[in-house]
Design a protein around this ligand. Structure first.
Ligand code: F0G
Length: 476
C-alpha cells in the first residue's frame, strides 16, 4: 500500500503542491511490511444508532469490535515489530535484577542520559508518584498544556495545574511552527505572582497533546530552563512523544536539519531534571511507562513509592516481556525513515481535511489531527458540546471512533470552558494504511455536509473527575 501524494518535499513544506517538488521526489511509503493482520468489521447505520444510544453517546463506552477505524487514541494501540515480539519470547521474568530490566535500563540510559531509570506501568503511574512527592495544597504546577491525567494527578494531590501556552496556540488557523511552546513571559509573571516557593517544578509537554499535538522548540525548552535556573526550580518533561517532537525540531528549527534525531532527543533530556513518559506512545508498546529523576533524594523517595504501589524497582508493575518490548520500541522510534513516514502520514490526513474545507488545528500535529468543532458546528454552543456532536456523527456515518478534547474533557466542575472545542483523530503507530485514512477523509466530507443538522448534547450522568471516560449524554 503506497501513500500517494506523500512526498518528502511535502514533508518539509506541508502545503506545497507536489508538482513543485520535481520528479526526483518519491512517495513516502510505510517503512515496513505487514506480517500479521487483524480483521475489522463494518456495522450498519441502524446497528450503530442502537450502539450509540446504549453507550450514552460516549464512544469510550462502545465496544471496540463495533468500531471500524479506531482513532480514539495513539496510546498503547501501536503495532509491535517482529523484533519486539521476539523480545517478548526472550524475556527474563525474574523478580529482581532481570536481564530484561538491564536491557531496558541501558536503552533508556543511552537515549536520555539519565542514570536511574524507574519503570512504571504507564504514564499516569509516573505522574502519581511524582506529584505525591512534589504536589500538595497551595502548590502550583505550570506547563505549556497539561494532559488530562497530569492535571488530574496534580489536582488529586491538592495542587493547582496551570496551562501557559503561547497565544498562537489558541488560534487553529495560525501556522506557527512550534505552537506547543511555553509562554515564557506568562511563566515569569506567574512566578512573580505566586512566588517560586509555591512552584515545585515547571513542566513542558512534548508534543503538546491537549493543544493539537504541536511541538515545542529546542529554543523554548532552553528558555524555560533559564527561567528554572533563575529561580532554582526543576524542569520536568512530559516526554510521551519525545521522538515526534524531536523530528519536528529537525524539520522546522533553524540549524537543526543536519543533526540525527537521537542527538536532538538527547539535548532535550539533558535540559531536564526529570521526565514522566508513557511508553504507550513513542515506546510503541501496548503497556509501560518510565519515570526519570536526577535528584538523589527525590529518586530515593520515588523508588519507595514505586515499590509500595507499582512493584520492585526492576519491574515497576510490568512483566519482563513488557520491558523487552519497550527496550526495542524506544530504539525503533528513533529510526528516521519511521519518523518521516509517521509525521508525513499524519500530515496527509490534515492536508486532505483542509482541502475539504474542514478546519483543523494547523499545522497538522505529530500523532493526531485535531478538528475545530466550533468551526464545523457554529450552531452548537460550547456548553452543549460541539466536539461530542462531531464524534457521534463520525461514528454514525462511518463507524469511526474519535475523541473529544474540549468542554467534555476539560470543562468539568470548577473549570472554565477551554479555548478550543476539538475532535482528535489520533493515529495509532504502524496500524492503518493510506486507504483506511482515505476512508476517514470520505466520511468527514459527509459529516461536513450534514454538520448544520448535528444535535447538541447534555450530560445526564458524570463522575467527579476525568468525566469524559464515563459520562453519559442525551441528544437535545
Ligand atoms: N501525558 C500525555 C501528554 C499523554 O498524552 C498521556 C496519555 C499521559 C501523559 C498519560 O499516559 O495513558 O500511559 O497513563 N495520553 C493518552 C491519549 C491516554 O489518548 O492521549 P498514560
Amino acid at each position: 500500500m503506497t501513500i500517494a501524494g506523500r512526498t518528502s518535499a511535502e514533508s518539509r513544506q506541508p502545503r506545497r503542491p507536489a508538482a513543485i517538488a520535481g520528479s526526483s521526489m518519491k512517495t513516502i511509503i510505510e517503512p515496513f511490511r505487514i506480517k500479521t493482520v487483524e480483521p475489522i468489521r463494518m456495522t450498519t447505520r441502524e446497528q450503530r444508532e442502537t450502539i450509540l444510544q446504549h453507550a450514552g453517546f460516549n464512544l469510550f463506552l462502545v465496544q471496540a469490535e463495533d468500531v471500524l477505524i479506531d482513532l480514539l487514541t495513539d496510546s498503547g494501540t501501536g503495532a509491535m515489530s517482529a523484533e519486539q515480539w521476539a523480545g517478548v519470547m526472550r524475556a527474563d521474568e525474574s523478580y529482581a535484577g532481570a536481564k530484561s530490566f538491564t536491557r531496558f535500563e541501558e536503552r533508556l540510559r543511552s537515549i536520555t542520559g539519565f542514570d536511574h531509570i524507574l519503570p512504571t506501568h504507564q504514564g499516569r503511574a509516573s505522574e502519581r508518584i511524582l506529584f505525591a512527592l512534589l504536589g500538595g495544597k497551595g502548590r502550583v504546577v505550570p506547563n505549556n498544556a497539561h494532559f488530562d491525567t497530569t492535571q488530574a494527578n496534580i489536582e488529586h494531590s491538592g495542587a493547582q495545574a496551570i496551562n501557559l501556552p503561547i497565544p498562537e496556540a489558541s488560534d487553529p488557523t495560525n501556522r506557527h511552527p512550534f505552537k506547543g511552546n511555553v509562554n515564557v513571559e506568562a511563566l515569569e509573571a506567574l512566578i512573580a505572582d505566586v512566588g517560586a516557593d509555591r512552584i515545585p517544578c515547571i513542566m513542558i509537554t512534548v508534543t503538546n497533546n491537549s493543544g493539537g499535538g504541536q511541538p515545542v522548540s529546542l529554543q523554548n525548552i532552553k528558555d524555560v530552563r533559564r527561567v528554572c535556573d533563575q529561580h532554582g526550580l526543576p524542569l520536568i518533561l512530559d516526554a510521551c512523544r519525545f521522538a515526534e517532537n524531536a523530528y519536528f525540531i529537525k524539520l522546522r528549527e533553524e540549524g537543526q536539519q543536519d543533526r540525527p534525531v537521537a542527538d536532538i532527543v538527547r539535548e532535550m533530556f539533558d535540559l531536564a531534571d526529570g521526565a514522566t513518559i508513557s511508553a504507550k506512545k513513542d515506546g510503541i508498546v501496548n503497556i509501560g511507562g518510565v519515570l526519570l529523576l536526577r535528584n538523589a533524594d527525590l529518586l530515593r523517595r520515588a523508588s519507595e513509592l514505586l515499590i509500595l504501589t507499582e512493584g520492585y524497582t526492576t519491574y515497576g508493575g510490568l512483566a519482563g516481556r513488557d520491558l523487552e518490548a519497550m527496550a526495542q520500541g524506544f530504539e525503533e522510534v528513533l529510526h528516521e525513515d519511521y519518523l518521516q513516514y509517521r509525521i508525513r502520514s499524519t500530515g496527509y490526513l490534515g492536508d486532505k481535511l483542509l482541502e475539504a474545507g474542514i478546519q483543523i488545528v494547523e499545522p497538522p500535529g505529530g500523532h493526531a489531527i485535531y478538528v475545530d468543532a466550533k468551526h464545523l458546528c457554529p450552531h452548537i454552543p460550547q456548553a452543549q458540546f460541539p466536539g461530542q456532536a462531531v464524534v457521534c456523527a463520525l461514528y454514525r456515518l462511518g463507524g469511526i471512533r474519535a475523541c473529544e478534547i474540549g468542554s467534555v474533557m476539560f470543562g468539568g466542575k470548577g473549570h472554565a470552558p477551554p479555548a478550543m472545542e476539538l475532535v482528535r483523530l489520533a493515529i495509532p503507530r504502524r496500524v492503518y494504511t493510506q486507504s483506511h485514512i482515505d476512508y476517514v477523509i470520505e466520511v468527514f466530507r459527509d459529516v461536513k455536509q450534514m454538520a448544520p443538522e448535528l444535535r447538541p448534547l447534555r450530560i445526564i450522568e458524570q463522575p467527579p473527575a476525568l468525566r469524559h471516560f464515563t459520562a453519559r449524554f442525551e441528544e437535545l
